[in-house]
Design a protein. Structure first.
Length: 577
């Protein structure tokens, strides 16, 4: 800031002005009008106005240096705002940017750029695709426009995004491997237990082509789909993923991705935990050699007759840390509602020796019973009020409890179809209420294996976050390479989100985190800085305390903002959670 004296015919006016740069052009802005020479001479009681003004400007410069200068902004109700001038910007991405650079994604982009020799800024494109996927999930075209909402403006065009997608697809394996290796330098990854699961994503098209194939949709949609397989460590942080044709059998996807992890990630000793749909004998045998093990869900209904009878036998049940055995028929529900009982035995089938662990929970039994009773009520309601609604149903559809008959009780042909409730099926299903089973080749205590298996919900939550919060589907891209790149950015976004969640000590829900980042907007004052327009909350306080910088001052001057931009791009040495 400097002193400027403007002389007119009748007076000399003193101003505090500062130089500002907008769009590469330099201009001056009036910070404060001090008054005319004569007014100041009168008010200062003989002190020289110019000398006083110089001292005042020096004080302002010192305060600004110490970030203590108060900012005065004048607005006129008669002056229009500039056309096409943007005033509001999002700053929530700064916290994601810090994690992005801690994971060394900028360095990964540089390695890829050096290899392919293109001229566009891959780091800028990838980072905006990730920040946008978490904060403003949209199509690639919309993401390009929405990235202008961030405080730091993009330096690429929409065509550069589509070119970058082709490169990201070809380097997807390299990105995953580098991300894993970089993450090891930041925190202690719990890679002894890995969780694997599959899901699929639909397209808003009718024609199948390439990866897009008709298959069994998780959402029961009649659209072509692609399939994603995902490995996650026991901290809930994604490890690796693969994209397969939509009509691929889930069971054959585990082995290729696991082999890639073994070779690219240099992992050799780990336990793979999966659900029943991925528990083929081939997969179990693959994870029974070379220091690998498995824990997999086992359907009690699909066990062989003698094992099913053993599983449902009410005697011989145990509790962890207790030596006595229990009879399920003699349990006091009030005292044992939260307890999980178990029994175990070794079995050998198809040349594979494994331990079968069956658990029983009164709480789980009540839950299953409640769900089924509600389904029976819906079935009866459909019979009474809307029988035309009945069509073919799936395994868990409430319509499975409805029977159809064309004969009366006397065996005569009925004039109309007779609908009823299948009480036999209800009784058959009720037998399995509360029971749950897993198979493993580990010799660990049953309680430890049960605890490991209980964390499978986190990988299912990963898929839910990608589908609902990140809006990873429907997919609108057509080319296979761009589809793979789309899911590569979703995968990286999920890693960064999970790390953010861990750093915040899992105190906030997914919607609280994402909506909180989305709402962290700032109003830009030309030449001065950014005024926060968001509401300070426990979430914003936790963000600032965790990441070591604050954006919740009454104004963030340009110097502070530049420091944020610079500091959040430094790769730190340690992530703790």
């Amino acid at each position: 800031m400097r002193l400027q004296i403007v002389k007119s015919k009748n007076a000399a006016s003193l101003y505090v002005v500062k130089s500002i740069f907008e769009n590469g052009k330099r201009s001056s802005k009036v910070v404060e009008k001090l008054g005319t020479y004569s007014e100041l001479l009168k008010n200062l009681k003989g002190e020289d106005p110019i000398e006083w003004a110089k001292k005042y400007v020096d004080e302002l410069n010192q305060k600004e240096k110490e970030e203590k200068r108060e900012v005065l902004v004048k607005y006129s109700p008669a002056k229009q705002i500039s056309k096409d001038e943007q005033h509001f910007f999002n700053g929530g991405y700064l916290f994601l940017q810090q994690l992005y650079h801690e994971l060394g994604l900028n360095k990964i982009c540089k390695k890829i750029s050096d290899k392919h020799k293109f001229t566009y800024n891959l780091d800028s494109i990838l980072s905006r695709l990730i920040y946008g996927r978490i904060i403003f999930p949209a199509s690639k075209l919309a993401t390009h426009e929405l990235s202008r909402k961030f405080m730091e403006q993009p330096d690429f065009d929409i065509q550069h995004i589509y070119r970058a997608l082709e490169v990201l697809s070809s380097e997807a394996d390299f990105i995953q491997s580098e991300l894993y290796n970089n993450s090891l330098k930041l925190y202690d990854r719990k890679k002894g237990i890995l969780y694997y699961d599959c899901t699929n994503y639909f397209f808003e098209i009718e024609q199948e082509d390439g990866l897009k194939r008709y298959g069994v949709s998780k959402e029961h949609r009649p659209n072509p789909i692609v399939q994603m397989g995902l490995f996650m460590d026991s901290d809930g942080i994604p490890l690796a993923f693969c994209i397969n044709n939509g009509n691929t059998n889930e069971q054959v996807t585990l082995k290729p991705l696991e082999e890639k992890i073994i070779s690219d990630f240099n992992l050799s000793k780990f336990v793979v935990c999966t659900d029943a749909g991925l528990a083929s004998t081939t997969n179990r045998k693959f994870n029974s050699v070379d220091n690998r093990s498995f824990i997999t869900t086992q359907s009690v209904k699909k066990l062989r007759k003698h094992l099913k009878e053993w599983s449902l036998d009410p005697t011989g049940w145990r509790l962890s840390d207790y030596n006595q055995t229990y009879n399920l028929n003699e349990l006091d529900e009030e005292k044992n509602l939260k307890n999980i009982f178990y029994k175990e035995r070794w079995i050998k089938e198809d040349g594979l020796e494994q331990k079968l662990i069956v658990t029983f929970s009164l709480k789980y039994k009540n839950y299953q019973s409640t769900i089924r009773n509600r389904q029976v009520e819906r079935a009866q309601n459909t019979i009474d009020k809307n029988p035309t609604k009945l069509k073919k149903c799936n395994t868990n559809d409430y319509k499975r409890f409805i029977t159809k008959s064309h004969c009366t009780q006397d065996g005569e042909i009925a004039d109309k179809e007779i609908l009823g409730i299948n009480t036999t099926l209800i009784e058959q299903e009720a037998v399995f209420d509360g029971f749950y089973a897993v198979c493993t080749n580990l010799e660990d205590e049953a309680s430890a294996i049960i605890k490991v298996n209980q964390k499978r919900w986190e990988i299912e939550e990963c898929f839910r976050i990608m589908k609902t919060e990140f809006k990873a589907r429907p997919v609108y891209l057509q080319r296979d390479d761009r589809i793979r790149a789309h899911f590569t950015t979703c995968f990286i976004s999920l890693i960064i989100y999970r790390l953010l969640e861990k750093k915040l000590e899992e105190k906030f829900t997914c919607s609280e985190i994402i909506s909180g980042l989305r709402s962290m907007n700032f109003y830009k004052i030309k030449g001065e800085g950014y005024v926060p327009t968001y509401t300070r909350t426990d979430f914003t306080d936790a963000l600032h305390d965790t990441f070591g910088f604050r954006t919740d001052y009454q104004i963030i001057n340009n110097k502070m903002a530049k420091k944020f931009f610079k500091d959040t791009k430094k790769q730190k040495t340690l992530l703790t959670f």
